[in-house]
Design a protein around this ligand. Structure first.
Ligand SMILES: NC(=O)c1ccc[n+]([C@@H]2O[C@H](COP(=O)([O-])OP(=O)(O)OC[C@H]3O[C@@H](n4cnc5c(N)ncnc54)[C@H](OP(=O)(O)O)[C@@H]3O)[C@@H](O)[C@H]2O)c1
Length: 278
């Protein structure tokens, strides 16, 4: 591969099959991009193997060493990275008063610091070329945080805020920063949330809410959730624009959550309490 390949080079984190990252990787490849598809384990994206459009790399966003190594491998392979998509993320279920702090920390370490690790690793290279796009995946859950997913919503609110600041700070270096805000989109998020949930201690004050807490895992995976493919196709169209938008939201609940965000708090509280029975 020539180090001066004219094709757009895109790095996506969390590309395990069945998730949004995988669908984004395929959608970028369908638009003629070279895609560095990354996941914690190569086996989770084995269907992309042998397709010359993908350069597969193992990347754990919790490890600075792993992030650095993958960025170096990409630069060696392609000479540059045009677009980075911080997609890797984990849900975290449980009442904030009883969630082990280690679970909250891991959520932030993955969703927030994981993104920052990769951003800090690629920005010097993008800034040197005065060109690049950083795409952070937020969530509508940060627009109207409800019960049982407080750690997750807070981590996504942090991503939204960091994205806004980065947009200003990276503007002088020609780097666009885009916040992609999914509503409910079909993926593996509920399964991985339940796998993490099974490690949680027995709730003390919240015994009676046990079922409600577990049900929160599936809230984004109902029959009206957008398909990951449809979501990815629209997202990629937006990201590849010459002047990409600062914010793009799509998927079930994206409109209602945007409305809730703008409502006075007492109305928002009333609606969320009714919906979530708290
Ligand atoms: N689906 C929705 O309705 C929805 C709504 C709002 C926002 N989002 C956001 O969209 C993004 C993608 O989620 P998804 O719905 O596609 O869920 P998903 O199917 O569970 O995918 C999450 C991806 O992140 C990866 N990941 C987790 N920890 C990682 C780590 N330490 N290093 C690298 N990769 C890691 C997972 O890898 P493994 O397979 O190895 O676990 C998986 O590939 C997340 O940021 C999520 O918060 C999703």
């Amino acid at each position: 591969m020539s180090p001066h390949n004219p094709q757009t080079v895109v790095l996506v984190t969390g590309c395990s099959s069945g998730g949004i990252g995988h669908a984004l990787a395929v959608a970028f490849a369908d638009k003629n991009c070279h895609v560095i598809a990354t996941a914690r384990s190569l086996s989770s994206m084995s269907d992309l193997d042998h397709d010359h459009r993908f350069f597969l790399q193992e990347l754990d966003v919790l490890s600075g060493e792993s992030v650095f190594k993958v960025v170096m491998n990409c630069l060696e392979q392609f000479g540059h990275v045009d677009i980075v998509v911080n997609n890797a993320g984990v849900q975290c279920l449980g009442p904030l008063a009883e969630l082990p702090l280690s679970a909250i920390q891991k959520t932030f370490d993955t969703n927030v610091f994981g993104s920052m690790r990769l951003i800090q690793a690629v920005v010097p290279h993008m800034a040197a070329r005065k060109k690049g796009k950083i795409v952070n995946i937020g969530s509508v859950s940060a627009l109207a945080p409800g019960p049982w997913s407080g750690a997750y919503s807070a981590s996504k609110a942090a991503i939204h805020a960091l994205t806004d600041t980065l947009r200003y700070e990276l503007h002088p270096f020609g780097i666009d920063v885009i916040c992609i805000v999914p509503g409910a989109v079909k993926s593996n998020i509920a399964n991985s949330a339940m796998a993490n949930y099974s490690q949680m201690p027995e709730w003390k004050l919240y015994k009676q809410y046990k079922e409600a807490i577990k049900n929160r895992a599936n809230m984004s995976q109902g029959p009206r959730a957008a398909s990951a493919e449809e979501f990815a196709k629209r997202t990629v169209e937006e990201v590849l624009k010459k002047n990409p938008p600062a914010w793009f939201s799509m998927g079930q609940y994206s409109t209602i959550m945007a409305i809730l965000y703008h409502l006075p708090l007492f109305i928002k509280d009333y609606i969320i309490r009714k919906m979530m029975r708290v």
